[in-house]
Ligand binder design. Sequence first.
Ligand code: ZN
Length: 131
Amino acid sequence: MAKGESKTGNCRFCGQSSIIEGGADMTAPQLEEAATMQCTCEKAMAYQETANRRTVAKQRAEELFGKDAGEYAQPDDTLAYILAGIDQVCDKKAKQIIITIKTSLRARIMQMAKDKIKIVRETSNTDEFTQ
Ligand SMILES: [Zn+2]
């Protein structure tokens, strides 16, 4: 990424302005987001924690279901559903989302205590019991 000139942005919560390195090409919402991610006020810190958690959860989902997941690798559009599910859970619009990819493979996204997010790749061998 080319390093543009810096610009200032304001924290979404407390309005404190901070210098955003390379912010010259950013839109107003991007500057606000960057300033919020840098601010040290209480609400911004809580927001940063949530945002980081979301990023880590998405990285984890890509490890479990992305192109490097071997036999569990899913096409981009399926992965997009899983990532959208993470947003739903992070935004507290859903407590748990289960995406059944096929009978023996499920993606489970769960909200845990203290707002933690859990991503599970569930596999099963229930095929053995078919009659
Ligand atoms: Zn702030």
